[in-house]
Write a protein of this length. Structure first.
Ligand code: GLN
Ligand code: ZN
Length: 762
């Protein structure tokens, strides 16, 4: 039962393929352009190549079963027989799996939400009274067999019972999923026995939930679950992996059981190092020390990681070097970045480590530990040189930016009282009651995609590209005038992405060519890398908005992305606080608002859909976060006159934990996702003391369904029960870029008609 210890590993790896082969194969299979056998063979090839890489890099324990056709939580639901009953009728297992992931014409998919505080999204398992758990181990066992045949020292990875249930949602009146622990524990025991029977020496059970606020009260359950699983006679050695923060009281609980190993993230929360030292029961365990950051892109400071390992050496029975979490959250390799570095960002690539480079770092650190520093002196030397060059780089220390921030902080970044601003703005803008508007983007037309591809391929020049975008803008403005919308937008045709667009125009950001990371299923993103002090050299959006304004008498909103969202969707520097970085981005956005105002723009929207995303996992850390996040937003929006109306937009989340912060943003108008929560958000805002104007989304843009006029009217009446008419705006609940043209026009027509009908009754 007790397998030999290992010394170097990672907690997981990217799985989309170095060239996004899996994405292409799965989408091809969905379209019917490749067969199931071809899909299976691409997938098997990716697994084989990945294992080869890990073994030849020198890992002595290799995480397996990290491959997924869509998502590891969905895989776990399938493993435990907990797919929703509505897909049960679909006979074929792969089609059933994809139906649960993305729905079909007949069945709705599982809900999707963010995996802890990362940008990965998992599918939320549904646990109902009828859920009859049963083990379906085919995927896990098949994967193990493949790996073993290939001679890989395999360590199958599975999501643990606490994390699985804590992240699931109860449906059909069922109680808390965690109350079902006793139903699934026997399945885990059974699975462990089967893995052992097939030769698995180790198994990794992931329990990231233990680092969260909810995890604080799960230490007792952790002791029970892992006491029970480790008491089984037939099982591999058990590694319980915690990550994304310090494991808190669970560490002691886990150490008190008979499991063989624990993984601890030593990067996210430095307090974890002391926490480990304080648990004597780790003396007979293998500790996986997560000293290489699994979710950011910087090369590890080997000397300091090595010092941490030194500190820990007496605290555990044995040490293995590892990443802080799975490498799922970083791109494959810096080696795939081959084009010349963009002007201004020369040399930055040398500071980076993606998955493959991090695997090499783990091996170097482990060799230093087991064979002594001299054998890896060259690698340590290079690491120190990179570190020295990076920290001395003038791009990390722009005196102009820093001085301006110091001065601004001294003078304060508040605006006149909101009620007074509202009076000035009302006179100036002269809008009707219940003004109608949209969130920014309009449907992405084929022409936009073609223009972008043509520009990239050099088939058209910049001037022609601008002409084509202007023609899109003209269409969107004409449509809004015809519909009778009150506050217009330009439609955002020029934005490839609401963060990337700004990152490409700001100093301090580096874009990657191939730095793809899985966001969910087959959707991949290429987050920009924020490496230095952020500075805006030239206006970024003014020409588009002013062009749109020339086409209409009605006000056109300027459209910007807020500092918190820009941070949340980028890889950010690790050499200063997020708060400091946020303020620098905020300063750049502030400069843009000032230029927009100067160009005659009267309304400016600064989107912060990611405000909730960066909320710390532990409640104790939240108020500090919200203070800097709202502070950065105010910094970005307080450079304009009282008569300039600032809007913001929030979506993608339950707002419960950040409701007070929404009031602290002090935007003149806040549009907020509300259609699915039936306007309940308005009461919550009211209780939080929010008294500015608000546009609760009156229809859900995530579905192609066209809402009827009466339906929107009834939403508006519900909103009027909570908010006086003088404070209410009428808008959809998010941008329209993922929608089709026809349904958008129909929905907006109903929206305007509903606003007019309700207005007439006031
Ligand atoms: N202005 C953006 C748009 O309409 C907002 C997108 C978002 O909220 N994610 O597309
Ligand atoms: Zn939105």
């Amino acid at each position: 039962m007790t397998a030999p210890n290992f010394t170097r590993t990672v907690l997981g790896v990217p799985r989309i393929g170095p060239r996004r082969e899996l994405k292409r194969a799965i989408e091809g299979y969905w379209k019917g352009s490749i067969t199931r056998a071809e899909l299976a063979s691409t997938a098997a090839g990716l697994r084989r190549d990945e294992w080869d890489r890990l073994v030849s890099a020198g890992l002595d324990s290799v995480p397996t079963n990290t491959f997924s056709y869509y998502d590891q939580m969905l895989d776990t639901a399938e493993l435990l027989g907990a797919l929703p009953p509505r897909v049960a009728g679909i006979e074929d297992p792969l089609d059933r799996y994809f139906a649960a992931a993305r729905g079909t014409a007949e069945v709705a998919p599982l809900e999707m939400t963010k995996w802890f505080d990362t940008n990965y999204h998992y599918l939320v398992p549904e646990i109902g009274p009828e859920t009859a758990f049963a083990l379906h181990p085919e995927k896990v066992l098949g994967d193990l067999e493949e790996a073993t045949t290939q001679g890989v020292p395999a360590r199958p990875v599975i999501v643990g019972p606490l994390t699985f249930l804590a992240l699931a949602k109860p449906v059909d009146g069922a109680g808390e999923p965690l109350s079902r622990l006793d139903e699934i524990l026997p399945l885990y025991r059974d699975l462990l026995a089967r893995l052992a029977a097939r030769g698995a020496q180790w198994v990794q059970i992931d329990e990231p939930v233990l680092v969260t606020e909810a995890g604080l009260s799960l230490a007792g359950d952790a002791a029970r679950v892992y006491g029970e699983l480790s008491s089984a006679a037939d099982r591999p050695s058990i590694l319980v992996a915690t990550y994304f923060g310090s494991p808190g009281p669970s560490l002691e609980a886990l150490a008190g059981t008979a499991i063989e190993a624990v993984a601890v993230d030593l990067v996210t929360d430095l307090a974890a190092v002391d926490a480990v030292a304080a648990v004597p029961a780790l003396q007979d365990k293998l500790l996986l020390a997560g000293v290489v950051d699994g979710r950011n892109v910087w090369r590890t400071d080997l000397a300091s990681a090595s010092a941490t390992l030194g500190t820990l050496s007496g605290s555990a029975g044995a040490l293995a070097v590892s990443t802080s979490c799975s490498l799922l959250h970083v791109p494959y390799t810096v080696g795939a970045e081959t084009a010349p570095e963009p002007a201004g960002a020369e040399g930055v690539r040398a500071w980076l480590a993606f998955a493959e480079e991090k695997i090499d770092e783990v091996v170097v650190l482990a060799r230093a530990l087991t064979e002594g520093r001299p054998v890896v002196a060259a690698e340590f030397g290079r690491s120190a040189a990179v570190r020295a060059a990076r920290s001395a780089d003038p791009r990390l220390n722009d005196a102009t930016v820093r001085d301006r921030l110091t001065a601004l902080r001294a003078t304060g970044t508040g605006r006149t009282a909101a009620a007074d601003r509202a009076v000035v703005q009302r006179d100036r803008l002269d809008l009707p009651l219940l003004p109608t508007t949209t969130i920014g983007s309009y449907p992405q037309t084929g022409a936009i995609r073609i223009a972008r591809a043509d520009l990239r391929a050099g088939r058209i020049d910049e001037a022609e590209y601008v002409r084509r975008m202007q023609s899109e803008i003209a269409d969107v403005v004409a449509l809004q005038e015809e519909l009778g919308i009150d506050v217009l937008v330009h439609g955002e045709p020029e934005r490839n992405d609401m963060v990337q667009y700004f990152a490409e125009r700001l100093d301090g950001f580096l874009a990657t060519e191939n730095g793809w990371v899985q966001s969910y299923g087959t959707r991949c993103v290429r987050p920009p890398i924020l490496y230095g002090d952020v500075h805006r050299a030239d206006p970024m959006t003014v020409s588009w908005i002013t062009y749109a304004q020339t086409l209409t008498e009605r006000p056109v909103k300027g459209m910007l992305t807020g500092p918190v969202t820009i941070l949340a969707w980028s890889f950010v520097r690790d050499d200063q606080s997020l708060a400091e970085t946020a303020d620098q981005v905020a300063l750049a956005i502030r400069d843009e608002t000032v230029d927009l105002e100067r160009a005659g723009v009267q309304i400016i929207q600064v989107d912060e859909p990611a405000l909730r995303e960066l909320l710390p996992l532990r409640a104790a850390d939240r108020s500090a976060y919200l203070a800097w996040a709202t502070g950065a937003f105010r910094l970005s929006t307080s450079g304009v006159a009282d008569g300039t109306q600032i809007h913001t937009h929030l979506c993608y989340s339950e707002f419960g934990d950040v409701i007070g912060a929404i009031a602290d943003l002090d935007a003149d108008v806040t549009s907020i996702e509300a259609a699915r929560s039936r306007m309940e958000i308005l009461g919550d805002l009211d209780r939080a003391g929010f008294a500015n104007q608000v546009g609760p989304g009156v229809y859900d843009i995530h579905s192609p369904r066209v809402p009827a006029q009466e339906e929107i009217e009834s939403s508006l009446r519900a909103a009027l029960d909570a908010v006086p008419a003088q404070r209410l705006w009428v808008n959809p609940d998010c941008g329209l870029k993922t929608r089709g043209q026809q349904e958008t026009v129909a929905a907006l027509r109903n929206l305007v008609a509903a606003a007019k009908a309700v207005r007439a009754t006031l």
